[in-house]
Design a protein around this ligand. Structure first.
Ligand code: NAP
Ligand code: 8YV
Length: 326
């Protein structure tokens, strides 16, 4: 495909998107914009022209079906649970994501969130800033500590391993649960999430969203974690039964929770907002300019490679066998 031919390829970019990615798409392809990823907003011209999507949010089967010439969905993010990748695979459409380039950033955020949760640092800072230190004296000692804790990772993939490496440096023993044991890892493996929760007091979830993890962290798991338990979620909000979590925090089933992700973002359940033993972040795991630029580049590089080389750089497993049409 010549540069001129590539510049005629229509890429749909629904809603707000990363500025760097938009700039590159504008220089390389023909960008088509709709307010949100809603098939009812697809015009006849878009239906005829669109061959690729650059996606930040959900891409449904209905939107995929509304675009008969669609060849590739380039997801901005490693987690692609909001893209119907199975449906895309059935239609012979490639789906790509952005693995690796965000791994270390998200692991850094996970450790920050863990320390904030255990040592209560955001509230200590508020104590200083609102003048309480001057008026009332020292901030109270934190009830919890990282010392003596045993960490469990739910989802020992790329980011899980990066979190584990950091926890090793903190001197914490590490265990994990995946569906499959990872051969080259020195950490204790548990074949069930409940087994992991029983064995540790600090559970860090970095598992993907989707049907197989839906509300996996429920009342039974939180009870197994126990009254000294700390739960951290940097994976997806859908993996947690948030009502059960709010109850467990209120009645002392577990001690504290640190959450970067929620089931219905940006809506955070009021009970979690009001709880004195939560530390909450607005889904900022990968949100540095450096890392978001790297994600934007990989997202657009997948589109460029697909239309120039007819190959995706980082296909998701569901569409690994999808081939470009002649
Ligand atoms: P990854 O390398 O694919 O790791 C995912 C791990 O989860 C795998 O080891 C997998 O092992 C395990 N897993 C998957 N389904 C499971 C299930 N049903 N039960 C138990 N374990 C399961 O992915 P990654 O790059 O580490 O990213 C992980 C997730 O982090 C993403 O999917 C995304 O949701 C989230 N994330 C969040 C942020 C943020 O800003 N907060 C940023 C980036 C990523 P098995 O296949 O053996 O089960
Ligand atoms: C992004 C993420 O904030 O990569 C992921 O899975 O959750 C984050 O890095 C998100 O993908 C933005 O859409």
């Amino acid at each position: 495909m010549t540069n001129a031919e590539q510049q005629a390829v229509a890429i749909l970019v629904p809603g707000q998107f990363n500025d760097h990615a938009v700039g590159r798409i504008d220089r390389t392809f023909s960008r088509v914009w709709i307010e949100r990823a809603d098939p009812s907003l697809v015009s006849d011209d878009m239906r005829k022209a669109v061959r690729g999507i650059a996606a930040f949010g959900g891409i449904s089967a209905a939107l995929i079906d509304a675009l008969p010439h669609l060849e590739i969905i380039a997801n901005f993010g490693v987690g692609y649970d909001s893209v119907d990748a199975r449906h895309a695979a059935q239609r012979g459409i490639m789906v790509t994501n952005t693995p690796d380039v965000l791994t270390e950033e998200v692991a850094d955020t996970a450790l920050g969130l863990l320390i904030n949760t255990v040592r209560d640092l955001p509230r200590a800072e508020t104590w200083l800033r609102d003048g309480s230190w001057m008026r009332h004296g020292n901030y109270h000692l934190s009830r919890l500590t990282l010392r003596g804790r045993r960490a469990g990772i739910f989802g020992m993939g790329r980011i899980g391993r990066a979190i584990a490496r950091r926890l090793e440096a903190f001197g914490l023993p590490i265990a994990y649960h995946n569906r499959h044991q990872v051969e080259d890892l020195p950490y204790e493996y548990h074949g069930t999430l409940k087994g992991l929760a029983e064995a540790v007091d600090t559970l860090i979830s970095v598992a993907p969203g989707g049907a197989s993890t839906e509300k996996a962290v429920n009342a039974e798991i939180l009870s197994a974690l126990g009254p000294n338990g700390v739960f951290i979620n940097i994976g997806r909000g859908s993996t947690v039964d948030e009502a059960a979590l709010a109850a467990a925090l209120a009645n002392g089933t577990i001690a504290a929770a640190g959450l970067d992700v929620f089931a219905d973002e940006p809506n955070v359940p009021p009970a979690l907002l009001a709880a004195p033993n939560t530390s909450l972040l607005p889904h900022v795991g990968s949100a540095s300019e450096h890392t978001r630029r790297a994600m934007a580049d990989l997202c657009v590089d997948n589109l460029v490679s697909w239309f120039s080389e007819r190959k995706a750089l980082t296909p998701v497993p569901e569409t690994a066998d999808v081939k470009a049409r002649a």
